[in-house]
Design a protein around this ligand. Structure first.
Ligand code: WQD
Length: 332
């Protein structure tokens, strides 16, 4: 299939392109390079031996997007492009709504004009807010998001489902990621956040390589086994393979579908720290700090729907995630 990838040089998109190219799909990648480097295009090619067609495009730029895509046969769009820093979204809400929602609406207009009515959207478990129950199924109600980033994911989901409901030509698949970590086993691509990492694993790897003095554990008084936050960490390669499988739902004319992409296992912050130390034989100094505003205690998936309908299940362990994250950090 001819697949349009937005946000193509980002963390999850780049790993997804590797899996798609290895599954013999043809990739047209676009990215505005605001939060990633064009070097990723060649790094992906270094892994797969195939260089994707890439264009520097901002999805809010209708004219540029239309001129790049006109005349192309796009079978499906996998839409990753978006700003994703939770804390930054609180400080710059209008920029997040403009970029994430405004950009998506422009993208949908162009896709419709070129006759592409298939989209897979990079959503997030954050749409569940403080989940009504765990493990979380797709029937779990969406709740109040604790930040504008989360609201953009939740609102874009609604826009896509309403669009599909109004026009049955569209197939829409919403993939709700839990906590993607790890890196491609080659160590050529991985997670490289700008500035101080917001997320746990890149912060741990920067402590491990001496770039940061110690990890601050945001609260140990949650109602969890060891008091620290529990999350469903999923290897980014498992997540990428979930997107390849999601194409099956598109090809089966699924209409509108939602899938949780998680492992079904919850691990605490200290579980991750201890596993990272054991697997990589490195000490990670940490200090208990106050809770981070907006954090929830526990979040992990019931991934059985994706297994049943997509034939997908996460295969890598927390040990694999810790090993691959550290391998990438050492090489970059
Ligand atoms: C995980 C746990 C923290 C950093 C967010 C978004 C989600 C997705 C992933 C984009 C929590 C604790 C963290 C640190 C810590 N975003 N922590 N010290 O908040 O579950 O999810 O990122 O794709 O949509 O909501 O991920 O990695 O920030 O935090 O103690 O320095 O680690 O309190 O319990 P989170 P996270």
């Amino acid at each position: 299939m001819n697949i349009l990838i937005t946000g193509a040089t980002g963390f999850i998109a780049s790993h997804t392109i590797v899996e798609l190219q290895q599954d013999n799909h043809n990739i047209i990648g676009i990215d505005n390079l605001s939060n990633s480097s064009i070097d990723i295009v060649d790094k992906i090619a270094q892994i797969t031996g195939k260089k994707m067609e890439f264009h520097k495009v901002d999805i809010r730029d209708y004219d540029n997007l239309k001129s790049v895509l006109s005349g192309k046969k796009i079978d499906c769009c996998i839409h990753f492009a978006g700003l994703k820093a939770v804390g930054e979204s609180v400080a710059k809400p209008v920029e997040y709504y403009d970029n994430n929602i405004g950009g998506t609406i422009t993208l949908l207009k162009v896709l419709n004009e070129i006759g592409c009515h298939n989209i897979i959207f990079s959503s997030s478990a954050t749409v569940y807010g403080t989940p009504a129950f765990v493990p979380i199924t797709e029937e779990c109600p969406k709740r109040i998001c604790t930040n504008p980033y989360g609201w953009t994911k939740s609102m874009i989901e609604q826009i896509l489902l309403d669009m599909q409901n109004a026009n049955k030509d569209w197939n829409v698949v919403l993939l709700r990621y839990f906590n993607p970590i790890g890196a491609h086993q080659s160590g050529i691509i991985g997670e490289k956040p700008n500035g101080i990492p917001n997320n746990l694993m890149p912060y741990i790897t920067q402590v491990a390589c001496g770039k940061r003095e110690k990890l601050f554990v945001y609260g140990n008084d949650y109602d969890t086994p060891d008091g620290t936050g529990v999350r469903d960490y999923i290897h980014v390669v498992d997540l990428a393979r979930g997107h390849v499988k999601a194409l099956n739902a598109i090809n089966n004319n699924c209409g509108g579908e939602i899938f949780n992409l998680g492992t079904g296992h919850g691990y605490s912050v200290l579980d991750v720290v201890k596993t990272f130390e054991r697997v990589n034989n490195i000490k990670i100094p940490y200090e208990i700090a106050p809770r981070r505003p907006g954090d929830i205690a526990t979040c992990y998936a019931d991934p059985s729907k994706a297994e049943k309908i997509l034939g997908w299940r996460a295969e890598y362990s927390l040990e694999d995630m810790c090993r691959d994250s550290w391998n990438y950090q050492q090489k970059n």
